[in-house]
Design a protein around this ligand. Structure first.
Ligand SMILES: C[S@@+](CC[C@H](N)C(=O)[O-])C[C@H]1O[C@@H](n2cnc3c(N)ncnc32)[C@H](O)[C@@H]1O
Length: 291
């Protein structure tokens, strides 16, 4: 149970701010559990959050805290720490060109040859506070002419339990909504007060939200037969190996010919050769080949 550190428990540097060895041990642990990869440049960010959590649980030494994270049966402290380590920045209609591509081209390909009434499955992996899956739902309702012909299943997941709770609640402030046309805000949201709007209940109920760590193969096995996966602005926080592993799990989760959408600064071609890049007029998506 001891950690690779050259310092004893009473050495300066053993309590957060983390010593170099403890910082390494922490980053290795987080990388293994979550896929999140923290370089030396993120030291201040990590240090601060670990110190806060150690103070909150009243643990004095980093190695004690790491043991708590590793061996606590409920996993509660690990979840609380993970909630503090994620970057949850998002907003409605972010990288709209991919939503354009979805309704202008990709979904028509997905349903080609499928009888009316068949299921179409779309998954927002790393959905943060929910703006992405709700943007997908609104775009389909507003702009996909065949939306009523198919049984559309929308899944949304995140590793951070706190943002998921907010996604389920669906209450947003102006900053989240600023890229969304006013008429759509009026149509799909109820104004709660000067600052906040809540998305309508039918939309909240139409999305299946769940706590999923995309770096955990066991959890990923629950996702199969997806037609489109959005995994945007998440893999930037992984290292090369983590991205490759995630790409392989998304490959397994997709149906043949299914598509994956990444954020604008992420390129599947640099992560994995499993997918074929498809250049549509609005965007480049990555497709799982037929066989
Ligand atoms: C920057 S947000 C992106 C939100 C949205 N996809 C977008 O593009 O606007 C990244 C999200 O990925 C989540 N995340 C990070 N690591 C994850 C993991 N291993 N499994 C699932 N979600 C993860 C974070 O909690 C965060 O909410």
């Amino acid at each position: 149970m001891s950690l690779p550190s050259d310092k004893g428990p009473s050495d300066k540097g053993d309590t957060a701010g983390l010593s170099a060895a403890d910082y390494d041990a922490f980053c290795r642990f987080l990388r293994e559990r979550t896929g999140l990869s923290f370089t030396e440049a993120k030291r201040y960010f990590v240090d601060r959050r670990v110190s806060e959590r150690m103070a909150a649980v009243g643990v004095e030494h980093v190695r004690q805290y790491l043991n708590l994270l590793r061996f606590q049966a409920s996993g509660e402290e690990l979840q609380l720490l993970v909630n503090r380590m994620t970057v949850n920045e998002t907003y409605f209609f972010r990288e709209l060109y991919q939503l354009d591509c979805l309704v202008n081209a990709a979904l028509d390909e997905v349903v080609r040859g499928r009888p009316p009434g068949s299921r179409v499955r779309i998954w927002s992996a790393g959905c943060a506070t929910g703006e992405e899956p709700y943007s997908i739902a609104i775009t389909l309702l507003e702009r996909w002419s065949r939306v009523d012909e198919f049984e559309i299943e929308l899944y949304a997941s995140d590793i951070d339990s706190q943002v998921l709770a907010r996604a389920r609640e669906g209450i947003y402030e102006q900053r989240s909504l600023q890229a969304m046309p006013r008429d759509l805000v009026a149509k799909y949201f109820t104004r709660l007060d000067d600052q906040s709007w809540q998305i309508m209940e039918e939309l909240r109920d139409s999305i299946d939200f769940s706590l999923v760590n995309i770096a955990d193969p066991q959890q990923m096995e629950n996702f199969r037969g997806m037609d489109v996966i959005f995994c945007r602005n998440l893999l930037i926080y992984f290292d090369d190996l983590g991205r490759r592993e995630a790409a392989s799990m998304f490959y397994d989760a997709l149906s043949p010919n299914g598509f994956i959408c990444l954020g604008h600064s992420e390129s599947m071609s640099r992560m994995s050769s499993l997918f074929v890049p498809r250049r549509f007029p609005d965007a480049i998506l990555y497709q799982k080949p037929q066989s």
